[in-house]
Design a protein around this ligand. Sequence first.
Ligand SMILES: C[S@@+](CC[C@H](N)C(=O)[O-])C[C@H]1O[C@@H](n2cnc3c(N)ncnc32)[C@H](O)[C@@H]1O
Length: 309
Amino acid sequence: MQALRSDEQIREVNTRYHDVAASGYDRKWGIDFGPTGRAQVLAKARKGLGARLDHGFARALEVGAGTGYFGLHLTQAGFIAELTCTDISAGMLEALGANAGRLGLETVQTVRADAERLPFADRSFDLVLGHAILHHLPDLDRAFGEFRRVLRPGGRILFAGEPSSLGDRIARLPKRAALLAAPLWRRALGAAPIDTPDDQQQPAAGAHRLEAEVDIHTFTPGQLERLARGAGLVDVDVRGEELLANWFGWFNRGLEATAADTDVPWWWRQYAFRGYLCLQKLDRAALEPHLPTGLFYNLLLTGGRPEDS
Ligand SMILES: C[S@@+](CC[C@H](N)C(=O)[O-])C[C@H]1O[C@@H](n2cnc3c(N)ncnc32)[C@H](O)[C@@H]1O
């Protein structure tokens, strides 16, 4: 059984794991800084911000920005004028800086910071955003208190890509199915199984095993809503996204994780990526409007600081 970790240890493991993961992060998660990735991010931002997105945001803060997937796309598309990206991992921020440089985004600032202790003045930002970050934070009440503090009155929050408790439990099925199907799949592709490296000799591999230890929460829609309201935010809304796309994605990722990267052919990656995008469209059009929020894998949270606060 895994030993209980203190909040400080969770932050330390997050830093160590993400520092190691940084250089291969975009490749591992299929992060794309071209038009496809941008369309994905804009669809999520529009879902959460609606028409407010078109007015744009003068100053935005991204927490747990990683390599920049969310904020860089919104900045490149012209919806954010000045973006400050924070993360607890220096390695991730270094990768983000390189991505911003390649995209020619000179106004993007990076600041290494814990999401629960933001080194910014009160009321500094029009938008506080994050993608796949809340489930790593040990003290969520404290973090939401910080988000509200640094928001100007009338400012908005947008958090996407948070795992739902039920969606996460359902996703164990395709993950298990992938493990069962993996030997057949590798044989069909002529791919060799990856060895299990020795942590002593390959510290990077040891850090990758920490993956299970950095994901410390899943959420019900009600829990996310209570966190935002508890911090004094209003106009709070939680939406669910991705069901079929997610099962398909976890199944394929589960297969791919059992083979060396170089043995997975280009056409397979294309099939996995394109298939995921098609199912995402199907989820959006046919399932999201009708099924309960908590059934979906990803939750998207929005809210705002009251004008008179
Ligand atoms: C799953 S990654 C998501 C990165 C990026 N937002 C994306 O969507 O690709 C989570 C990020 O949160 C960062 N993180 C973890 N704990 C944090 C904390 N306490 N404060 C700030 N960032 C943290 C990690 O270093 C990592 O970059």
